[in-house]
Each structure stands twice: as structure tokens, then as C-alpha cells.
Design a protein around this ligand. Sequence first.
Ligand code: FAD
Length: 319
Amino acid sequence: MKKTASPVLLDVIIVGGGPAGLSAALVLGRCRRRAIVFDAGHPRNEASRALHGYLTRDGISPADFLKIGREQLAPYDTIELRHVNVVDVARGDRRFTATVEGGEQISARMLLLATGLVDELPQIKEFLRFYGVTAHTCPYCDGWEHRDQPLAVVGDDKEAADLALELLLWSKDVVLCTNGAPECGRDVLNPMERNGVRIIDAPIARLDGTGSKLERIHFRDGTQIARTALFFSPGQHQRSHLAEQLGCEFCEDGCIQCGENAATSVPGVYAAGNASRGVQLVIAAAAEGMQAAFAINTALLEADAARGKVLETAAAGEK
Ligand SMILES: Cc1cc2nc3c(=O)[nH]c(=O)nc-3n(C[C@H](O)[C@H](O)[C@H](O)COP(=O)(O)OP(=O)(O)OC[C@H]3O[C@@H](n4cnc5c(N)ncnc54)[C@H](O)[C@@H]3O)c2cc1C
């Protein structure tokens, strides 16, 4: 791979152009910071058709939401968007150098990782047909659309049991399908049965329905139940290896560890959105991007003020 380095030193490289990264870019653009957003184009909710719970945008398609976000960055002439994967980031003396697919290199003083997570999907026949439309991870995102319907939770651990109990807020008819002998014990299962959740431990053979609309779950013992939606609590991992490559510390749950101001354990590296926080909603990711941008701008300002170089580094100081 041929490497071509740009001589320009930007203020911030943002890796990830989902809600967190775009929101950070908006704040940095408004501060006239020179930033570039690299986005490979695989947001976590790409399988979904409607984004819920974002005030003013409830029900919009996730793709349209991001399109509006990108369009609203257009007036900010210090912000550049690139649809490309970042394959490597090197930390040098007061700079980070990102290498993108194809070999081009871009350097900046600060780095924001807004790279998101990947959900680990259940290995069930036909699952992908329903994922994002009638098979969901989050009742806050998609519970309302399936209120008062016959629902299933697929999973055998405590998270799945908790999700089944939670779903009773949306429907009285919730079945927990443990897909074989459950991992959790009676102490977890008993409260569910007391609250009206039925438990089926037969292994699942396949899902069945019309198009992406779930209608039935078939079990290997030949039985079946009618369900119009299922929920599951997925395992997750970081979408990008960059935080690990840079030596960032991680929380027990696999999120990038960072403080209130979004700074990671590596100086100059910030993290925002699902990659770093527990509340995995779009509006929260956007807010975290904004907070990270605020912290980055403040850190840049403080560093420049100490050296008497604020005007030299600000876009306002350019001829
Ligand atoms: C099926 C589904 C439905 C959902 N529905 C809702 C909902 O209705 N409401 C809601 O609030 N939340 C919903 N969510 C959660 C929502 O998707 C996340 O909260 C949100 O996407 C997190 O935003 P983010 O910016 O942190 O990460 P993401 O949206 O995942 O964006 C990260 C971006 O970074 C890019 N990237 C990663 N690594 C690199 C790299 N090395 N180089 C370049 N680019 C890179 C990725 O390709 C991606 O485009 C849903 C999630 C799922 C799975």
C-alpha cells in the first residue's frame, strides 16, 4: 500500500460518522476548528428502517437521519467528510496520523473515536430476514411499535430474563425462549414466571413469517408458537480495533474507558457514542459527540493559550 501524507496538520480527526461523530463535527465546525470525519458507512442500526425516541425525528429512517446530519455540516468550511475506512492511527509527537484505505495519511492534533459497536446476532435460521423490522435489541427503540402483541425474548442468560420482564411494560404476552437449557438458574427464572412470563426451553429450529414480518417460532421438537416480534440482548464488540491499537483502557463491558469529558486513558484521544458509553440511544450518542467536541476544543484552546498561539492556530487568524 502506497502511503501519501498530507502536509496539513488539522485540529481533529474524527473516526466514525454516525450520530456521535457528526454531532462532534458540528460543534467543532461552529468553533472553526479544522476537522475531518472518516466514515466507513456501517452505523450500528443500519438494519433498522425507523429510528425512534429522538425528539423531532421520531420514526425517521436511520439513513435519512445521517443524510440530514451530513447536509447540515456543509456550511462549515473547516469540516471535511470522507467515506472511507481508517485502517491505522499512529500517535506521534503531539499529533495523530490516520492512514485510510488506499494509503492516504492525514494528521491532526487530537483524535476522536466515534466508531460504534457491533451486535452479535443469535445464530438462528432465517434470523437476518427479520432483524431490524420484527427482531430487535432494544424495547426503548422498538417496543412501542409492538405494544400489546405476542412477543418473544430469545436468550438464556440473566440479561435475557431481565429483558423479558422489562417487555411486560409493552405487552402482557411475553415468552422467554431459552433455545435449550438456560444458563441462568431458578432464582432468575422464578420471578419471571411469577410475573407471567412463560418459559420455553426447547431448542429453536427456525423463524417463520411473511417478508420481514415474524409470525411464528418453530422448535426442534416439532412445536411452534405464534409471535409477531422477538427481542434479544446481544453480546457486543467494538467495531474498530483503533482504540485497542492506541492502547486505550476498556471497561469490563468492553466500552472504551473515558471520564466525564470523554477523554480516554491515552492523552489526546477522546471517545464518544456507543463505543464508550452505556446508554445506547442515538440521542445520547449525539449528546456525547457534542460533549467530546466541547472537551477537545477546550483542550486545544488551553494548550494554545499557554504558548501564546491562539491566533496562530485558529481559523480566525488565517489570512
Ligand atoms: C437494529 C437497531 C435499531 C436501533 N434503533 C434505535 C432507535 O430506534 N433509536 C435509538 O435511539 N437508537 C437505536 N439504536 C441504537 C443506535 O444504532 C446507536 O445508539 C447509534 O447508532 C450509536 O451511534 P454512534 O455514532 O456511537 O455509532 P454508529 O452509529 O455505529 O456509527 C459509527 C460509525 O463509525 C464507522 N466506523 C467504525 N470504525 C471505523 C473506521 N475504522 N474508519 C471509518 N469509519 C469507521 C462505522 O462504519 C459507523 O458508520 C438501534 C440499534 C440497532 C442495532
